[in-house]
Design a protein around this ligand. Sequence first.
Ligand code: FES
Length: 235
Amino acid sequence: MPEPQANQIIVTKNGSYVVSGTVPLSIQTIQPNGAGESWEWVEGQKLEAKALYALCRCGKSGSAPYCDGTHTKIGWDGTETATRETFEQQKTVLAGPTLTLDDARPFCAAARFCDAVQNTWDSIPETADPEARARVIHQATRCPSGRLVVRNTVSGEVFEPTLEASIGIVEDQPEACSGPLWVRGGIPVVSQDGEAYEVRNRVTLCRCGHSSNKPFCDGTHTEIKYQDGISTAPK
Ligand code: FES
């Protein structure tokens, strides 16, 4: 029997993401609260995940989320522009009475959980209040890109969600558009030059083709209203 391949995502030159390791793939939809703000994730349809598969990176595939080779026909430029600095190197720190926020802005994928009810930054100074504290933990642990990480100000304990190694195809219901690949559970993302980016529990990779921070999503999909052809309604 052939050896199972390790979980890995390779960013190919001006092409797709090549995923190895039979990484589970499913629709992940942002569900709004009553005010229309990003509030919860809803897992939808599970998609076929072979031992090796290619996901669209240019945003133009006719069989999204999989690659259909369109990038070569349109001469798409997928040059990687993201820094290789780690989250620790990029982050700013905002300390509150019970929670501290680590924030690395370049990872932002505009999923907006941080804006629900009251934004995370305004809430951090209020985290002696149990309601504000619970809301901040809720917001930061749903941030798909890992831009926001909260930890206990006193003990240093990090509130990190437990995520199975998997890839989510993000559909943004409040914005009525499609979003990035939500890479979860510490799957290595390897640049076309063979060097891996920092392995993290959660990162988001651009699949609309328009991020200025490739391979990571920078939220541009919300501005261009990227549509992958998959319904934005929860499945
Ligand atoms: S998917 Fe978010 S910028 Fe492309």
